[in-house]
Design a protein. Sequence first.
Length: 340
Amino acid sequence: MQEKSLRQLLDEARRQIEVTEDELVEARRRRQLVANALERAFPGSTIYFNGSVAHGDANTPLTDVDLGAKLSPVDAEGFGPDGSDALPLMERARDAIREDLADEFPKLTVEVAGRRRAVLVRFGDPVTAGQPDFTADVMTAIPHPSGEGLYIPNMEIADKWDRADPITHTEMVLEAIDMTEKTFARAVRLLKHWNCTHSKPLCSWNIKALALESITTPMPLAEALQAFFAHAAREFKSGQTEDPAGVAGPIPLNLPISEVRKRLDTARDYIDRAIQHEAEGRPVSAQHALSRVFPEIVPDTDPTQEEAARLRQEVLLSCNAASGLGAVTPALIRPRAWGV
């Protein structure tokens, strides 16, 4: 097997999981159909896009899109923590989406009952072949009186609203992608895959929030991953990740923080090991370490033969230096003596 650099391995890995252009085109088309329905339901509102498709870090299979309507002051009047909950707004959005999309998508369902935050649109028709469906989460948000961020629905708490700033979040991510010459998005794709294959300790937004602080310049992907895991491991020693926009509370974790730290520490150690092996001329060992972080998209290797060859080379150099008689022929060194 031909030896590959970490750069080659990570480029090949990210391309395996990268969303296809056909998936993106269809997802964006459906997202725009929903956006058009929201604009009709709430004239004067600002439609915003968020989530992986808007952020430029979507992986395949593509299963959903996220969008919302920031309502005009007229439509938002009477809603909020001191007024009504979002149910009437969510029902208004539901009705408009049903009316506009039902003809094209015969299996369409639009759900409000039991939904915590967003109207759930089920298209009944997947974007990626082999997937059960494709969905959209649709938020009906109102401006915060301070002018900073939004109130978004939370039907599970007493006052029925939370603070958030998805518009600023998207702006921050897109700026990071530009500043890092796409390193940010490529690293996030890989990190989301790592997350999904290691019990999902973090939500996608937590990954991006940590990456906003640690991946800030163009750099090789291996170094970007190293920077992320080192930063994340440090950050979780003092608690959860704060909202980068400074509006919402700490980002919730999917596992106890002790378990999150274990997974981050392990990934950090393997990435450090991979980079060290490569720097010391052991590409097979580097790939083996990297495959422990990305087992499904980086092929594993057996570094035993590489380590044996390195040991033989060290013996040859030592013999040459000690004898002063010139080069020692490798064939004279019996592999059996070195356990291979």
